[in-house]
Design a protein around this ligand. Sequence first.
Ligand code: ADP
Ligand code: MG
Length: 699
Amino acid sequence: MKTPNALNQPVGILTGIGAQTANRLQKLGLCTLQDLIFHLPLRYEDRTRVYPIGSLRPGMTVLITGKVEFVDVLPRGRKSLICRISDGTGFINLRFFHFSASQHNALKPGTAISCFAEVRYGFAGLEMVHPEYKVIAHPDECVTESRLTPVYPLTEGLSQNVIRKAVKQALELCKHEPELLTDWIPEPILRQYRYPTLASAIQTLHAPDESVSIEALQNGSVPALKRLAFEELLAHYLSLRITRNKTKAWQAPSFTVGAAEKTATEHFIRSLPFKLTGAQQRVIAEIEADCALLHPMMRLVQGDVGSGKTVVSAYAALLALTAGYQVAVMAPTELLAEQHFRNFSAWFSGFETQVAYLTGQLKGNARKAVLQVLEDGTAGIIIGTHALFQDSVNFHRLGLIIIDEQHRFGVHQRLALREKGQQEGIRPHQLVMTATPIPRTLAMLQYSDLDISIIDELPPGRKPIVTSVIPADRRADVINRINSWVGKKKQVYWVCTLIEESEVLQCEAAEKTAEVLTQALPDVRVALIHGRMKSAEKDAVMQAFKNHQIDLLVATTVIEVGVDVPNAGLMIIENPERLGLSQLHQLRGRVGRGNDDSYCLLMYQAPLSDTARYRLGVLRDSNDGFVIAEKDLELRGPGEVMGTRQTGQMQFKIADLARDADLLAAIQQIGDAFFTRSPEAIEPLRDRWLGASTEYSEV
Ligand code: ADP
Ligand code: MG
């Protein structure tokens, strides 16, 4: 039940907000007074004191007063009005490129004015370009403001003044009726973290008093901001937990392991060409326990590249099959889907079911045939790309969805997939796998709707990849090394990276590199793979590389995901300083898949900055994806660790995962306690921060 709240009123009720302005505010997502109140300033301007002109330095944005010494229009270069002012401690020029005659007239020598702008170097000393200025009666007149001035995010046609006035009115309302801003964070927590109340935090951020420094506001360390970030992250966390609880309440098929099933699973494990690692066995047990329940499993399996996640998912598939259900396995690329198709086909060849394969490439009758075997249940396992989840695909009895390389899909996609395969109120189990080791704190927010299993052990015999950091001027040595490596019948990856996200440029660079290497290595079979090639072309190249018809594969970062070529044990990564550590680790994981020694050469462009040197050192010294991800988080922030695609999905108004990462651990603990201690606060918090979008809730 919602109680009517004055803050739910539309912005249009405020004085000075007509229909047009209300429309513009709406473009910023500001519809109600509550929205306005949570629309925080981007930054602040300091008009609380007047600076002596003699103390100014370029880069300062300040308030000054002085008297006009002279004013003139300079025809030189671009026509401009120059006005020199001085306050006895020094002088500064004001420069206007656009000016009116009346402006010119008003700035007569001797006139006192106050100005506010950034100070820059001009051709004749310091200057302010187009300052905000006011003619005053006397240079000593009080022109300061008592508080820092907020600067809000704007949209076309909206001015700071309009928004400032609107916010001010909304704040006044809250001042008179403080209960409008209900504080859902319990007192003891506020006390423990020394957070201000909600009302006071809001007040501080819109209209900071003299106790708050502009620096603390800008760098996010002011408790008022921390508190709001905390509350927002908490609201997201709670929302995801609710999603989880709701989904957990759905019915799912139970895959119990009875005597008959036991024979099948034991046979499956015995027929594998290797012994499962302890970690694989543990995760399998966790999956088995989940699937025995009558509620959908929602489990994320995290495991470093090469840790053997595929076979674990195959075991889950086996459980579904023996219980008489279908399994859908979704991979982010055709290449990977195809690799899974081959693995699953081999593993399930002894079963009386068909393993089918569906990608966007499949057309016409071939496609119809696959849709048919899915619908009538002839195919127990279907492997494919996201083509699997198109409307035309109908399952006979889908019991399990497996999603590989989860980090390629966003939160929303993942949630949407849950709906697919739902039949008569029964939802399939879901197993998602990722090789991106997400630091625990982030995982807790990003995946709080999932249970997490970690495969923290590599199959035995794997030797760590020997990583070296070398400057690009040792290219000739590297080329020699490739020659002798290929001479030993082994294969090589050469990865080109570019700083721009531009795929075109990346591909051009790779093309050029492939040409150069082809010339430098006449006895080596060189091929090229990049993101602008058609999937079929890419697959053909990759297939040829797998079949060892190619010795050296020049690639852009497209090879990042999941492809397995055990004979390729040497990788050169050009300009590694441009990539995030986690991404480099993923790339490097393409080698070291066999039992031989494997090498990764990080060939950087000198000179290397200290941070870059340190970062590459982390990679050289560690083969542990989790360690690397933690470092990456520390050095570059979560956007880089998880990929923009994922962080981009989580839109925060105030919180900044990089800045506020320190809050996450506490949020999990406090959030969990909310369900028993303050359940009444959950809905309003979700409303306040996720609003009508309540994006995670309905799936
Ligand atoms: P990832 O976790 O990166 O998806 P894969 O499932 O592709 O790893 O496994 C990598 C390789 O390791 C595959 O060739 C797979 O057959 C092999 N493998 C998996 N588990 C084991 C194990 N317990 N012992 C030996 N090799 C294994
Ligand atoms: Mg994999």
